[in-house]
Design a protein around this ligand. Sequence first.
Ligand SMILES: [Mn+2]
Length: 153
Amino acid sequence: MDVKHAFTLDDAVVLARRAHAGQLDKGGKPYITHPLRVMRRVEGEWAQMAAVLHDVIEDTAVSAADLRAEGCPERVIEAVIALSKLPGEPLEASMARAAADPIALVVKRADIADNRSEARLGQLDEVTQVRLRAKYTRSIELLEQYAADYATH
Ligand SMILES: [Mn+2]
């Protein structure tokens, strides 16, 4: 009997853990703790899958084709692509793309919220904190501006 195993949230977590294995965040903690926190900040299975996988294409060797080969739902892959900054891409363009995809939008909001949380920023030196706070404030402003534009046009 051939029972095709449907891709679950657990599969997404295992895939993300494997992809980020050995990576550390700016505070020296295992990187995977960030996507896991972002996952807990969103609701719905696809959004949670996209959340735990949101940095996989941008920051690891895993590609969209690899996600597809693992059986990850196409809608989740689309959202992860929308969340993946291209090399050299301006912040405006990356926020516009995230805002245009409803799943990517909720994940990006949660991503920025986690990035600017005291738990995360507090581990960093003062100069880095100031720089990142400004970057995340600008990011959320752009994201919400594009989201509002898309909602009204
Ligand atoms: Mn992130």
